[in-house]
Design a protein around this ligand. Structure first.
Ligand code: SAM
Ligand code: SF4
Ligand code: SF4
Length: 326
């Protein structure tokens, strides 16, 4: 069985947000007081998540990313991941702020960690504190070193914000100079837990211009199918640089992903909102086969791209990426 949408795209990648809670308060993601975190009873339990992932696996999903909120703040996460590794998928990928990972790296490796995407918007302690509203840069840097020493592929995600951290673009790039690390520059999106829409986001073109000015020998790499990143090489550097046009949405044609929120809502597009309440089905006695059929129908209707999804949604985008799963 497989999941194919009406635009012929094969969907084989699930991003599961295990919590909407987080120990940081990144300004582009949530307000300083946090968002209205969902009550615990509304979160999918680990048993429910395991059952749901098995259903996705029978539908042909091959790749799992664990995200949030901050995944590591949910208790029991690593035992759950070990079960997923034993019973469902061969390993998992993780998106994390890496403030809490350092003591858990051996367990994460044992539970099947295949790669890690780490959010880090600057290498300057004061600037990190201003952006995340927490003074936690040091453990993030230590975690990066340790993941690297354990041969875990690393991508560093930096949200580029006009007037806030442009000066961090160059120092971040140098993280890819001597080590095989991917530095990814992300366009800021309107998912910040408020209905405040800031004008003048930095687009991928602005970021590319800055990189091209800094690195005259910057070379565009071939575009990898289903990747959302346009990557670049600087001569003789071990790692690479990339730009993710999440706001300009230039990669929708090959999109192969689904998102599941911490409350079990299926989002077939980041910009679209929930299209299926999987939690309700898991709790109302539906069989795995019935749930699978609902998922197939929802996926068949996946919007062509993020613009269509945004047009079709009834409400305005006000949620936080922590509630959707970045
Ligand atoms: N807490 C983890 C982390 O920060 O990596 C996982 C969840 S976080 C929501 C996932 C990704 O979404 C991060 O790389 C973060 O930078 C990105 N993100 C959150 N809000 C965003 C926004 N408004 N625009 C662009 N990226 C955003
Ligand atoms: Fe937390 Fe990640 Fe959102 Fe930052 S981007 S507040 S680390 S969920
Ligand atoms: Fe896929 Fe929607 Fe993101 Fe486009 S905007 S890449 S369709 S999730």
């Amino acid at each position: 069985m497989s999941l194919v949408d009406s635009h012929g795209r094969k969907i084989d990648y699930v991003r599961l947000a295990v919590t909407d809670r987080c120990n940081l308060r990144c300004a582009y993601c949530m307000p300083s007081q946090g968002i209205d975190f969902v009550p615990r009873k509304d979160l999918l339990s680990y048993e429910e998540m395991l059952r749901m992932l098995k259903i996705f696996q029978t539908l042909g999903v091959k790749k799992l990313r664990i995200t949030g909120g901050e995944p590591l703040v949910r208790k029991g996460l690593i035992d759950f991941l070990a079960k997923v590794n034993d019973q469902v998928f061969d390993g998992f990928h993780l998106t994390t702020n890496a403030t809490l990972t350092e003591p858990h790296i051996p367990e994460l490796l044992k539970a099947g960690l295949k790669s890690v995407n780490i959010s880090i918007d600057t290498l300057n302690r004061q600037q990190f504190k201003e952006i995340t509203r927490r003074d936690e840069l040091e453990p993030v840097l230590r975690s990066i070193d340790q993941f690297y020493d354990n041969d875990i592929p690393i991508k560093l995600n930096m949200v580029v914000m006009k007037g806030i951290n442009e000066d961090a673009i160059l120092p971040m790039a140098h993280m890819a100079q001597h080590r095989a690390i991917g530095v990814r520059y992300l366009e800021e999106m309107p998912f910040n837990g408020t209905d405040e829409i800031k004008p003048g986001y930095f687009t991928y073109r602005d970021i590319e211009d800055i990189l091209a000015t800094q690195f005259p020998d910057l070379k565009k790499m071939a575009y990898e199918r289903t990747s959302t990143s346009q990557n670049y090489k600087v001569k003789d550097w071990k790692g690479d640089l990339g730009i993710i046009a999440s706001y300009s949405r230039t990669f929708c044609g090959t999109c192969n992903r689904l998102r599941i929120t911490p409350t079990g809502q299926l989002n077939t597009c980041l910009y679209g909102g929930s299209v299926l309440d999987i939690r309700k089905l898991l709790r109302n006695g539906s069989s795995d086969k019935e749930i699978g059929q609902h998922i197939q129908t929802a996926v068949a209707n996946k919007p062509k791209d993020g613009f269509e999804a945004e047009r079709l949604r009834i409400d305005r985008i006000t949620e936080s990426m922590a509630a959707i799963g970045g």
